[in-house]
Design a protein. Sequence first.
Length: 193
Amino acid sequence: MSTPELVRVTIDEKEVHVPKGMGIVETALAAGIEIPVFCYEPRLGAPIGACRMCLVEIEGMPKLQAGCTLTAQDGMVVRTARTSVKAAEGQNATLEFILVNHPLDCPVCDKGGECPLQDLTFRYGPGKTRMNFEKTTFEKPIPISPTIALDRERCILCYRCTRFKRGRERRRPARRAQPRRAVDHHDVRRRAV
């Protein structure tokens, strides 16, 4: 068995040696640094960078990058929100956008006290919002599978539910597969009535 090639990565001015190709989120953890994530879940397949919570600044790249989709390369210099004003502003804007229509009923929410959004908002959030318009409300919940119901008011667009559902359907034997058609929220509402 061969030893994996190690690369040198600098994250927030901490140098760490990790196997080439290791994800930047794991590389940061190896350096003792947390990069916040919502959509990243290794058991659901390849990272998709949908939530944008993991925005980092990479030396030599003009724009912020989704850290969960990047892999460690030799000589890479990464700055997280701890050391990069640009990355911190990106994370604050991401959280602010996620919370635009999210109900602020944490004390009575069934996830109150154990909610990743609540935790990350307290740790990384901007503290106040620039948005001052009425929140959009939706009919609740929409069943998207026998085991998953989508609450669009609390949805943070991480795609975990749809990736989980897709993975479950792939593991199902072919004889059980049912024809599917694309539906939008108007179709779901009509069927519910």
